[in-house]
Design a binder for this molecule. Structure first.
Ligand SMILES: Cc1ncc(COP(=O)(O)O)c(C=O)c1O
Length: 487
């Protein structure tokens, strides 16, 4: 038996070359990539139904298996026909970054475990602060995604806000109930965070929104007043810098004023939209975001970095340290540190962390922010193009447009009753999934179902956008003809 798991350099090169071919094959077929492959769950489960291997298999056969079962069946995030959720297509430079980062297998726990990568993460945080108009010495951390980034922002909020009360030692025991405010359009990860932090969703006020799905400021003020009257403690106000449903951007400046007036922590969920704030065309929409105490954002959305790459930014490193620092003899590097090394283990919950900042750093350096801005603007312009196609079509209706890149609409065909239209569109969704040429989902807006298309892929074009509507129309016609033949 070999003394290590390694192959000879020559054999390994052969495998790497083969894996590079597989990467290139993905890009060769990119226009034709299906949105979704409708394999039954049981069939996919069977592909992987095998006993625990005791001996290894031939590596090139393994790559063949991967090609067949994983790569060729993958949901089409990479290509232009993905519109569901908020799935960006990734970028080529980040693929290279991931391969190189995994090769050196660094752990960003402590500065001396990964000196260059720790400095890169700090640099990415500085660049992010610059992009969002945050203080130059803001603190931040790269984490899995928007959900974790919101949880992190709210954890810092709770621990700093109630620091004098000794919350890290006493927990919530003995605290007067405190309240978090957000719009009814806030992402469900905020509900999860509030539960995890022991605040409880009874203390998350979901404030009604206006016709553009932005938080109603008057209703918010009334709710704060009522909570104060009832002896509750307003603690945190969350602004949406792009909701997941429609891309709505709350009045972030007015929210910052309110947070200041009632002395609340101001957190912004910018997981989807914060990076669109760098566009000249949207500057005024984002006014006030720079006043947040903490902000959650996702590089695996509008920086087109492959999963996972989220980020929480707060106004100083000190706030992260006061939230997370724990002394442990086996982690202590005090004597080796001249005071200039930033120890991430002292500023965040995780110890072992991979090099998420590396692919972000390589993405920004390779393309430059001007090109990335142009791609974000293209996503928004294509969304407007789809909205125009929908408005012009007699068999579709536009339900919500947005300043970002989400379009919500319905197929109406020749139907006249609202209930029938809403129900038809709900039933259309599984048919579109079966068809698989495009991958799209729906949502509920003010209680009514609509199709929702999210543009967050630099590989989309006007032609692929028109194709989306064509496919939906074709599948809808098929459904109509089935209904008619049943009648
Ligand atoms: C506004 C908003 N917040 C939070 C999230 C959660 O982000 P993630 O999926 O990266 O955890 C999303 C995801 O789409 C989002 O759009």
């Amino acid at each position: 038996m070999n003394q290590t798991l390694d192959l000879s350099l020559e054999d390994y090169k052969g495998l790497l070359d083969r894996s590079t071919e597989l990467v290139l094959q993905q890009f060769e077929r990119i226009e034709q990539l299906k949105g979704y492959h409708d394999f039954p769950q049981g069939e996919v489960e069977k592909w992987f139904d095998e006993p625990l291997p005791k001996t290894g298999m031939d590596a090139s056969q393994l790559l063949d298996e991967v090609r067949q079962k994983v790569l060729q069946t993958a949901t089409g995030n990479l290509g232009p026909h993905m519109y569901a959720y908020v799935m960006s297509g990734g970028n080529q430079m980040a693929i290279i970054a991931e391969k190189l980062a995994t090769t050196i297998n660094q752990n960003q726990t402590k500065w001396h475990l990964a000196p260059a990568l720790n400095e890169i993460e700090k640099r990415v945080i500085q660049w992010t602060a610059e992009l969002l108009d945050f203080p130059k010495d803001s603190g931040g951390v790269l984490i899995s995604g928007g959900s974790a980034a919101n949880l992190t922002g709210l954890t810092v909020a709770r621990n700093i806000f109630f620091e004098k009360e000794g919350i890290r030692k006493k927990g919530l025991f003995g605290q007067k109930p405190f309240v978090v405010y957000a719009s009814e359009e806030v992402h469900s990860c905020v509900d999860k965070s509030v539960e995890l932090l022991g605040i409880g969703t009874n203390h998350l006020r979901k404030i009604a929104t206006d016709a553009q799905f932005r938080i109603r400021l008057y209703t918010l003020k009334e709710q704060i007043q009522e909570d104060l009257k009832n002896g509750l403690h307003p603690f945190c106000l969350i602004g949406n810098a792009g909701t997941v449903n429609t891309g709505a951007i709350d009045d972030l400046d007015a929210l910052a004023d309110l947070a200041e007036k009632y002395q609340m922590w101001y957190h912004v969920d910018g997981a989807y939209g914060a990076l669109a704030g760098i566009l000249d065309s949207l500057t005024s929409e984002y006014r006030g975001m720079e006043r947040a105490d903490s902000i959650a954002l996702d590089f695996h959305k509008w920086l087109y970095v492959p999963f996972e790459a989220g980020c929480t930014l707060v106004r100083s490193w000190d706030k992260l340290k006061r939230t997370y620092f724990k002394k442990a003899a086996y982690l202590d590097t005090e004597l080796a540190n001249d005071g200039n090394r930033l120890e991430y283990n002292e500023h965040y919950f995780q110890l072992s962390r991979n090099a998420k900042a590396f692919k972000v750093w390589m993405t920004i350096k390779a393309y430059g922010m001007d090109r990335i801005k142009a791609m974000i603007q293209k996503d928004i312009d294509l969304t407007q193009y789809l909205n125009d196609l929908v408005r012009d079509a007699e068999d579709f209706e536009l339900v919500a447009d947005s300043k970002l890149a989400v379009s919500c609409f319905r197929y109406i065909g020749k139907m006249t009753s609202r209930e029938e239209i809403v129900e038809f569109n709900r039933r259309l969704m599984p048919q579109l999934e079966k068809d698989g040429r495009v991958f799209i989902m729906g949502t509920s807006l003010k209680g009514e179902y609509a199709i929702r298309a999210c543009f967050i892929n630099h590989r989309k074009t006007k032609a692929t956008t028109a194709y989306l509507l064509r496919v939906i129309r074709e599948v809808a016609h098929k459904m109509e003809s089935k209904i008619t033949s049943v009648i």
